[in-house]
Design a binder for this molecule. Structure first.
Ligand SMILES: *Cc1c(COP(=O)(O)O)cnc(C)c1O
Length: 379
């Protein structure tokens, strides 16, 4: 039996007639830029995220860039970012002319280790930018407390955390601006590029709304040098349709995660750890193995699709070679990138497929691909 890592078409086919008619509604409306469909999605998304405002944008990278621009972040400023994240988090900081300052994760949760943040704060620091990696919220309270103490803004990269809760409250407005991607593979994914922000600040929502549309509120009147990063109404219509199913899809992800967790313990694998204040949405199910590459080959040969998130951390990318971050400086990030492996998880995954993954994983342990002891695994 084959288990794909992710079947991107599945959520479309599950809702085909609803999505087709939502798209048809936009095509027939004659309204193809911003307008009622985008406004309706913004209201529904803000409401879902327990935030006051949402602004629809073209993609998640623009969401991060415009959030930083709206906060006045630019040349000479520093932004504290996780050292282990998708590179978009860093690129947004660089795009506004500021410097990304990496801080290492807590290896148990993969998220920013708040006890390491204060040492990285300088007189140039403007923003703390936690990422809710793999769908699990970062520990926000200590981050928000540090921001208050040092007079910093908090921007959240929630591109993997649609619907996740921190201490009972949805991710959406804990920090000053929360940035979303609706890239097709995300938990709420469009049928193309899409993104957005949520916030409780009317001023920041307004600034980002103006920035996304050429810096213009009134056609041909330009207040600031904005960009074109408008959410496409066709994608807004698709997202509105899928949003009605997001909680059900999250429940299916949760069931798969629980099945993995209860069947894969007792091996050398390090399984995801969920703190008691976190309600993750299982964008990814990431295990660690000291023999990751061999384990991945074994699974591939058995027809199980896996991915590595992420094989090369941002500081080791050629794109950041100029930053001259000392190789030894980010050891935790480096060893995590050598050990992480993402197992298949998605709302479309059937029970028999989940058990097939478990069966092959346990077989690999019998074949000493993964062992039953944890000795050679860095903690
Ligand atoms: C997907 C993602 C982004 C970027 O989103 P795009 O819509 O692809 O621009 C940013 N940060 C993280 C953590 C992501 O996973």
């Amino acid at each position: 039996m084959k288990v794909p890592f992710l079947d991107l078409g599945a959520s479309y086919f599950e809702l085909k007639s609803e999505i087709d008619s939502a798209i048809q509604r936009v095509l027939s409306s004659g309204w193809y830029i911003l307008g009622p469909e985008v406004e309706a999605f913004e209201a529904e998304w803000a409401n879902y995220c327990e935030a006051k405002y949402a602004v629809g944008l073209a993609n998640g990278l623009d969401a991060l860039i415009l959030a930083l621009r709206a906060l006045g972040v630019g040349k000479g400023d520093e932004v504290i970012v996780p050292s282990n994240t998708y590179i978009a988090t860093w690129l947004a900081v660089s795009a506004v002319g500021a410097t990304p300052v990496p801080v290492e994760p807590d290896p148990a949760t993969f998220n920013l280790d708040s006890s390491r943040i204060e040492a990285a704060i300088t007189k140039n620091t403007k923003v703390l930018l936690p990422v809710h990696l793999y769908g699990q919220p970062a520990d926000l309270d200590p981050i928000l407390a540090l921001a208050r103490k040092h007079n910093l803004f908090v921007v959240e990269d929630a591109a993997q955390a649609h619907g996740a809760r921190y201490k009972g409250k949805r991710i959406g407005a804990h920090g000053d601006v929360v940035c979303w991607s609706f890239y097709p593979g995300k938990n709420l994914g469009a049928l193309g590029d899409a993104g957005g922000i949520t916030t409780n600040s009317p001023e920041l929502a307004d600034k980002i709304r103006v920035l996304r549309n050429y810096g213009s509120r009134v056609k041909y009147v330009n207040e600031v040098q904005g960009i074109n990063s408008r959410l496409d109404p066709i994608q807004a219509a698709v997202l509105r349709t899928k949003l009605n199913y997001l909680d059900e899809w999250t429940e299916r992800r949760k069931a798969i995660a629980l099945t993995y967790l209860s069947n894969l313990h007792g091996t050398e694998l390090v399984l995801p750890f969920v703190p008691d204040w976190a309600e993750p949405v299982w964008h990814l199910f990431v295990v660690r193995s000291s023999n990751r590459n061999q384990l991945q080959s074994y699974l591939t040969e058995a027809g199980i699709g896996t991915l590595i998130h992420y094989p090369i951390p941002p500081h080791l990318q050629v794109a950041y070679a100029h930053a001259k971050i000392h190789f030894d400086a980010l050891q935790i990030t480096k060893f995590l990138s050598d050990q992480v492996l993402s197992l298949p998880i998605s709302p479309a995954q059937r029970n028999d497929q989940t058990y097939e993954v478990i069966k092959i994983m346990l077989q690999s342990s019998k074949n000493e691909i993964i062992s039953l002891n944890r000795e050679n695994l860095a903690k």
